[in-house]
Write a protein that binds this ligand. Structure first.
Ligand SMILES: Nc1ncnc2c1ncn2[C@@H]1O[C@H](COP(=O)(O)OP(=O)(O)OP(=O)(O)O)[C@@H](O)[C@H]1O
Ligand SMILES: [Mg+2]
Length: 469
């Protein structure tokens, strides 16, 4: 099976079947055609089909109960049809795994729909891989990712949540350290109490001690009343010490003491106070290097990193990018009441190859920006800010015709040369038209043909495309 998955095309109209099959073959999908004597649902099972693209009238004819049968199996259904596809809206409301597209087909729309169906499928797959336990539901609701490092991370989070051990989360900026810390708290038996975050880099040094441990009235200028600190607020809950690498040496000593004795002294107090807190610390600095350069206490480092967790940068788990994009798209469309349909294949490919120095946060911000600026329709490369395009392959590479494998082209039993050549030609034409957004002039340039020759061919082949382009 190709990595893009297998699509079954069920349509008794040969032209639509050939066109869709040629077009999707070039998009990297395996095509299974429902024809011959093999019953429809058997074809699906035998071919491990991921998506079914079916003409509604034809499907009803084959099996009036197709809806129920499809609901029982995995593949997603894309219904196509003339006019009556309105009726499919009814079908659609019964099951969210059914997408619809009116005929005559617009190949761009088909491409975007198939992509959405694939994204939807990976989301469902994701739900299945993380399972339905209450723990996994909490995790999957906030942290998205199906890549092996993310699965390992989820497993780790679930395990450490059950203990009281101190956790040190390391990772580049925007990788999801705070998200992971919150998930650990949510999954722990401390979740009925507070999760208290403290950003050690954002609070001025002279205030951080009182912020963490509280103070008694009159202990310093401005201490007009007793004030409890974050440690006390987090009693029986979790304290999240963010940007721990920025904590100054004098406070590092005090923190070490709390970690050793589970007690602290508010600023200006004469007595220490007991506390039951689970500490989760995070930093995007390399703490081991800070230990070597003596900017971070070694003893504190060991106390904190009882359980070290490292979240890998996004560029090391690129397979998570499409599912993250999909999640953010759905979220921001809903937030902003926009109707952006999706990202073109080219945009997805650009984003999957980008380095993401700002990791998931950068991706989240980009999707938000694109949803706001675009409002509706499909996001295409021109919508992307310049910096994402600098690594984009040139047009010459984009239009490169796939080379045929030199050997084994001729099947054992021979081939019908005319129809093989014709199929190859149809494929290239369909691809050129898709690239050019249906514009015949541009498609003709891509094929090194005159526009009139292309139009003649299209007419001869009965391929229907927008007349005015
Ligand atoms: N796996 C993920 N799934 C969904 N959203 C994510 C994921 N990872 C990060 N995010 C989102 O990206 C943004 C950054 O995440 P977070 O604040 O947890 O990162 P961080 O590692 O703490 O970053 P920094 O080092 O800059 O503080 C948040 O809006 C968060 O919701
Ligand atoms: Mg953070």
């Amino acid at each position: 099976m190709r990595e893009n998955g297998t699509i079954l095309i069920a349509d008794n109209d040969v032209k639509t079947r050939d066109l869709v099959s040629a077009f999707l073959t070039y998009q990297g999908y395996d095509i299974a055609a429902a024809e011959g004597n093999t019953p429809f649902f058997e074809t699906i099972e035998n071919n491990n089909v991921d998506i079914i693209i079916a003409d509604l009238t034809y499907l009803r004819l084959i099996d009036p109960d197709f809806k129920e049968r499809c609901a029982l199996i995995n593949p997603l259904l894309v219904l196509i049809g003339y006019g009556e596809i309105d009726g499919a809206e009814h079908v659609k409301s019964d099951s969210d795994t059914i997408f619809t597209l009116p005929k005559p087909l617009n190949l761009d729309e088909l491409e975007s729909l198939v992509m959405r169906a694939r994204e939807y499928q990976s989301m469902k797959m994701y739900d299945r891989t993380v399972g339905d336990s209450a723990q996994n539901k909490i995790l999957s609701a906030s942290m998205i990712g199906t890549s092996p490092p993310m699965r390992a991370l989820f497993e780790m989070i679930t395990k450490v949540a059950a203990s009281n051990a101190t956790v040190l989360i390391q990772g580049e900026s925007g990788t999801g350290k705070e998200l992971a810390a919150r998930a650990i708290h949510q999954l722990s038996n401390r979740n009925a109490k507070n999760f208290v975050p403290v950003n050690c880099a954002a609070i001025p040094d002279d205030l951080l001690e009182s912020e963490l441990f509280g103070h008694v009235k009159g202990s310093f200028t401005g201490a007009y009343a007793n004030r409890i600190g974050r440690f006390e607020m987090a009693d029986k809950g979790s304290l999240f010490l963010d940007e721990i690498g920025d904590m100054k040496a004098n406070l590092q000593v005090k923190l070490l003491r709390v970690l050793q004795n589970r007690e602290f002294e508010p600023v200006g107090a004469s007595k220490s106070q007991k506390v039951d807190v689970r500490i989760i610390a995070a930093t995007n600095k390399n703490l081991e290097e800070l230990v070597v350069s003596r900017d971070f206490r070694e003893d504190l480092y060991y106390r904190l990193s009882v359980i070290p967790i490292t979240i890998p940068p996004l560029r090391e788990r690129r397979e998570d990018i499409p599912v993250l994009i999909h999640t953010f798209l759905v979220r921001f469309n809903a937030d902003k009441r926009n109707t952006v349909k999706g990202f073109s294949r080219e945009v997805l490919s650009i984003l999957c190859n980008y380095e993401w120095p700002g990791n998931v946060r950068e991706l989240e911000n980009l999707v938000e920006r694109l949803v706001i600026l675009k409002g509706s329709g499909l996001i295409v490369p021109d919508d992307l800010p310049e910096k994402y395009l600098s690594g984009k392959p040139s047009r010459a590479i984009l239009v490169q015709i796939p080379t045929l494998p030199a050997d084994n082209l001729l099947p054992e039993g021979g081939i019908c040369l005319n129809s093989a050549v014709e199929e190859f030609e149809n494929n290239l034409i369909a691809q050129a038209l898709s690239r050019s957004g249906g514009n015949k002039k541009e498609a003709a340039i891509l094929l090194n043909l005159k526009r009139t020759t292309l139009i003649e061919k299209l007419k001869k082949k009965n391929m229907s495309f927008n007349e005015d382009q």
